[in-house]
Structure formats: C-alpha cells, structure tokens
Design a protein around this ligand. Structure first.
Ligand code: KG4
Ligand code: ZN
Length: 360
C-alpha cells in the first residue's frame, strides 16, 4: 500500500489567491480561496497588475491558513505544488516565487503544475475517475475538449478559436450594465427572459469537428442591444432578460452540440464513455443540464465536480502535484512561470487572447 503523500498546493494564475493541503488518499484537509472580485469590479474584468500585487500580498496568509486548517506545519508536507502557468504572468510569477521561497526555507521539493492539468485531473480527486476520460474545460479563460489519457498525456480534441464562454458572459454583462463577474448575473436575468425572441447565431456548428467560437455571439448581442436602444432610447428589464436568455441558449446549444461531437470522437479513439466538466461556466444550470442531456443521449456518464472544485482553487493544484509526486517527477529552483503552456503540445495552437492572456 502506498504511504500517504501530503502536498501543499498554491494557485495564483488569475484572480483567486488560493492554498490547499491535499493527501493522496483524496482527502482535502483544507482549501483556502481569497477572491479579488472587489478589486476588479469597477473595470468589468481582471486587471493583471492589480491581480499580481494582490496575490503577492495574500499568498503567505493563504498558505498559513491552509496549513493551520489542516492542523499541519510545513514539516508535515511532502512537497509544494504551485501553478507555473498558463495564466496572467504577474500572478503566476508571484505564486512561483512564493513557492520557491517556501521550498528553500523548508527543504521540501517543488512541483510546477499546469493550471489546466489541475482542472483536468479534478475528477480523479473528487471521484477517483480512472483514465481515460473526456473533459470539457469551460471557464473565463479556457474552453477546450481534452482526452485525458494519463496524468501527463492530454489530447486536445478541439476548443474555442477566440473568446472563452465565461469571457463572453462577462462581456455580455458589461454591455448590458449588469456588473462583474457576469456569468451568474446573466444567468439570473435569463431566468425571466424569452430565449427565442432574439435569433443569435450558433457559430461553427456548420463546421465539422469540435472547435468553437464565441466572439461573434457577443457582437450579435451588442448589435441587438444597440438596435433597441436606438429605437426606444433604452432597454427595459424585459429586453435585458430576453437578450440574456437568447445569449445563454446560444452558448448552451453550441457547447452541447460540440460536446456530442467530442464524445463520438473520444469514444471511437479511447473506448470509454465518461465526460467530466470543470470551470466556472459549468455552474450555469441551463448549460449544465444541456450538457447532461447530450451525455445521456450518447450513453455517456456525466461528471461535474462540486462547484468550489470546478472553479479556480488550489486543491486541484495539490492533487496534480500528487500525481506528479507518484511519478517521481519534480522541479527545482529553475522552475519558470509560463504565460502560455498548452497541455497538448502536438495540437495546433489556439487563436485569440482573453482575460487570462494568450489561450493555452
Ligand atoms: O473557472 P473560473 O472561476 O475562472 C477561470 O476563468 O479560470 O470561471 C470564471 C468564469 C467567469 O467568466 C464567470 O462569469 C463564469 O465563469 N461563470 C458563469 C457562471 N458562474 C461563473 N458563467 C455562466 N453562468 C454562471 N452561472
Ligand atoms: Zn482555471
């Protein structure tokens, strides 16, 4: 039997500063997340410099709290796992420098984790899911289908060629003056809206494969909103709700149809039938249920980790560190922060650049 490995995970690649202690028996001893929404709300999106400074100020407090809540000290930890990319480079650097300091001070090994691998391996932490499985990562910075074959073998089956859906939700909220982060606010508006009033496009559905595009959808929404404002010199509450419902339905349709294609391709190549989702957009009820229906229609199992492990957190980074620890794969103090770090280096590069910087 394997001796229990205990890892301290650190995450700071976007707008959440997080630290967690996780063990190889899948026990999450602590998971501390300090958000920065208040700091970025006035700007309607994450401001990289503000984010980096806030991470630098908060990382030590988060790590201290994570250890304290776990009832452990650094001496009890087997290694420190830290997000080394992809993400906003200032934030990633804050985390990597902090983790190096801890590693030097404690003499513990350091493991640089790919943030996307953290998301993609989460179903193994939450449910012990066996390889291979299909993963849809759908958040403010990422949108891709991954065949997860092992802890370090990922095949990208497709992804967005421009905006990530969460980014499109955030921009929609900004256009409609709803606030930030936009996803949950758009979802609330959509509940009282008519999804059929506006005919928004379903981009790339006519193209084979599972690549997606969401930036045209946001432009279509802006045009529809501008047209109403020009005609009636303002939006009513119902207009806003209908615009949100139409937009959300279009995103849900695209994600569901592309997921169906990804499932067909995945099962033909890898033979298993489970799709897991992660990322903030998976919190959306309409989107989640259309993905679930798509899975059911193809006899796929559907797995969505609890929301606090779907969105950015450090428990997933600690877990990815455990998988690397088991493989005996460590880094040293030359570990570098990487703004771009595709999980599948053989896939063609993604286009576009979003709030997390260049898409991985
Ligand atoms: O995974 P996450 O916390 O951070 C990363 O982007 O990595 O995802 C945040 C994104 C934001 O763009 C937010 O607007 C979106 O997820 N989001 C939602 C919902 N909740 C969060 N989008 C649609 N519906 C929601 N309920
Ligand atoms: Zn993320």
């Amino acid at each position: 039997m394997e001796t229990t490995i205990t890892i301290l995970g650190i995450e700071s690649s976007c707008d959440d500063t997080a630290a967690a202690v996780v063990q190889s028996d899948r026990a999450i001893l602590s998971s501390v997340i300090v958000g920065q929404e208040d700091l970025h709300a006035d700007f309607g999106g994450v401001v990289p410099e503000i984010a980096a400074r806030a991470h630098a100020e908060r990382l030590d407090i988060c790590a201290e709290q994570a250890l304290e809540q776990a009832g452990l000290t650094l001496a009890d930890i087997d290694a420190i796992a830290v997000t080394a990319g992809p993400g906003l480079i200032g934030g990633v650097m804050s985390g990597v420098m902090f983790a190096k300091g801890l590693a030097v001070g404690s003499g513990k090994p350091i493991i640089g984790v790919n943030h996307l691998a953290g998301h993609a391996l989460t179903p193994r932490l939450t449910d012990g899911l066996a390889f291979p499985y299909l993963m849809l990562l759908v958040s403010g910075g990422h949108c891709q289908f991954l065949a997860v074959e092992s802890a370090d073998t990922f095949h990208r089956l497709g992804g967005t060629i421009d905006d990530a859906p969460g980014e499109a939700f955030d921009k929609t909220a900004r256009i409609l003056g709803l606030g930030y982060p936009g996803g949950p606010l758009v979802e609330v508006e959509a509940k009282t809206g008519d999804p059929k009033r506006f005919k928004f496009p379903r981009p790339l559905l006519d193209r084979a494969g599972c690549d997606m595009s969401f930036s045209g959808l946001k432009t279509a929404l802006r045009r529809a909103s501008d047209a109403i404002v020009a005609e009636k010199s303002g939006l009513t509450n119902q207009d806003r709700a209908d615009l949100c419902a139409g937009f959300q339905a279009a995103v849900a349709d695209v994600l569901a149809e592309k997921s169906r294609r990804a499932m067909v391709e995945f099962t033909a190549r890898f033979g298993t039938t489970t799709i897991a989702v992660a990322g903030g957009v998976a919190a959306n009820d309409t989107i989640r249920s259309s993905l679930e229906q798509a899975a059911q229609s193809l006899n796929f199992g559907f797995l969505a980790p609890p929301l606090k492990l779907c969105t950015d957190n450090a428990a997933m980074i600690a877990w990815a560190g455990i998988e690397r620890f088991r493989a005996g794969s460590f880094d040293d103090l030359s570990l570098a922060a990487r703004p771009r770090w595709p999980l599948d280096s053989t896939a063609k590069p993604m286009l576009g650049s979003g709030k997390k910087g260049a898409k991985a």
